[in-house]
Design a protein around this ligand. Structure first.
Ligand code: NAG
Ligand code: NAG
Ligand code: NAG
Ligand code: NAG
Ligand code: NAG
Ligand code: NAG
Length: 384
């Protein structure tokens, strides 16, 4: 019996040594946002055994505060909670499409007390807590000029008419990327951006961003005729292999229709439609044409990709050369031909030499004929 008591005491000591109290290694950080955007808080805790993490919302309604636990899918599915338990516990809560009602205090709680989820709550159960606030602002009234921009537009402008908090600066973004040279610390609620028309694909979604209590922005869409470009203007393929031709565009508005046409070497033009020979793959800013079993005589030529949006159409050309299968054999054929020619020459040479060799024995004949010739001359002279 005494032994059991000792064993029990040792177990308690062992548990106390190995169990490690829970502590935060990352507390959630307060943040400001604008209604319609999303907000997120993150916290990380360590402890042994691994602690459980929960998120709670604190409503400070007079006379007393009410506190409610948040679960994944809460608030009409706008709440997302993602927690990982590895060497430590890390949890992120995201609230999508926030409204002013989402403003408030959020609490990250953690505990590894084995009693923490017991139905009969004991006072001993310890949760550690860390709070952060989310402040949601109304989307302010930022007037833009023009509302919709196009190729004729020279300047984009934004007028932040009634800022509720002091303005500390502003800048512009294009397709979400900051245009660095527009960064300013001006406290004025007005900014202009001169459209850079030297950039062939100057369209896009432009936003003026005013830095105040948070970043307030408004956007102007600049629509232009698409700019379509083939990264490779020349392609080579061997007959019966697969040819792959590609064109891209990064303009605004995005391409809503892609098509391909083909002009052969005799200037006959045709539109390409999908069949067993052609496969056309279309992505918003890219199109790829696959040609199965191309033939050197029929499929060599110029391929044109056409991209169009509301503003018009633009195209680019790719020249495809299809080598015949024999082409690959040409170096080998060349050697074969060379060998044949050489062998023939040697053979003919040998054949020519043979009569000469025989002729050596009849050399006196030559002299004879020469002698006869002389005789003739003599004879002729004699005749004269
Ligand atoms: C965001 O919320 C507003 C108002 O609550 C609603 O009109 C809008 O459709 C929502 N947007 C998205 C993307 O859910
Ligand atoms: C915000 O909460 C109030 C009262 O709880 C409610 O009447 C209102 O419709 C809510 N607004 C939004 C945008 O959810
Ligand atoms: C371009 O914008 C101007 C003014 O905003 C408008 O008058 C014109 O019709 C637009 N042109 C095209 C092609 O959309
Ligand atoms: C901005 O808008 C306000 C209100 O419409 C107007 O009074 C003011 O002149 C505008 N500012 C600029 C620089 O256009
Ligand atoms: C403000 O910027 C964000 C992020 O770039 C964007 O998602 C949002 O649509 C913009 N809001 C307006 C009103 O332009
Ligand atoms: C096309 O879109 C993809 C993803 O949407 C992007 O990674 C790529 O850079 C874009 N290409 C061009 C040419 O804009």
């Amino acid at each position: 019996m005494a032994l059991l008591w000792v064993f029990g005491a040792v177990m308690v000591c062992f548990y106390q040594v190995t169990s490690e109290t829970v502590s935060f290694i990352k507390s959630p950080m307060s943040q400001t946002t604008v209604s319609g955007r999303s907000a997120g808080l993150h916290c990380e805790v360590v402890g042994f055994p691994l602690p459980e993490v929960q998120w709670w919302y604190v409503e400070e309604e007079e006379p007393e505060e009410t506190i409610t636990q948040l679960f994944d899918g809460a608030r009409m599915d706008r709440v997302q909670i993602h927690t990982t338990y590895n060497t430590h516990a890390a949890s992120t809560i995201r609230i999508l499409n926030v409204t002013l009602n989402d403003s408030g205090t959020y609490e990250c709680r953690a505990s590894n007390d084995p009693e923490r989820n017991a139905l009969r709550k004991t006072l001993k159960v310890k949760w550690i807590r860390s709070q952060a606030n989310i402040f949601v602002f109304e989307q302010p009234n930022i007037l833009t000029e023009p509302k919709e921009a196009n190729i004729t537009t020279e300047v984009l402008s934004c007028n932040f008419t009634e800022p509720q908090t002091p303005i500390k600066g502003h800048h512009w973004t294009r397709n979400g990327n900051v245009i660095e040279e527009t960064r300013s610390t001006s406290t004025v609620g007005f900014t202009q951006y001169k459209v850079d028309k030297t950039d062939i694909k100057f369209g896009g979604a432009f936003s003026c961003v005013f830095i105040a209590a948070t970043e307030f922005n408004e956007s102007i869409k600049l629509s232009v005729v698409p700019h379509v470009v083939a990264p490779k203007h020349n392609e080579h393929v061997t007959e019966n292999d697969k040819a792959v031709l590609m064109c891209e565009s990064s303009t605004y508005p995005p391409i809503d229709k892609w098509r391909w046409s083909f002009t052969d070497d005799s200037k006959n033009k045709k539109d390409i439609t999908e069949d067993e020979k052609y496969i056309i793959k279309i992505e918003p800013n890219k199109t790829t044409l696959y040609i199965n079993n191309p033939a050197s005589n029929m499929d060599s030529g110029s391929y044109t990709c056409h991209g169009s949006n509301d503003m018009g159409e633009f195209s680019d050309d790719i020249t495809l050369r299809v080598r015949s299968r024999l082409a690959a054999l040409w170096p080998f054929l060349g050697i074969v031909v060379e060998v044949i020619v050489l062998v023939t020459i040697i053979f003919i040479f040998e054949k020519r030499r043979k009569p000469e060799d025989l002729g050596d024995g009849s050399a006196p004949l030559k002299n004879e004929s020469a002698a006869n010739h002389k005789d003739k001359n003599v004879r002729q002279r004699n005749c004269n």
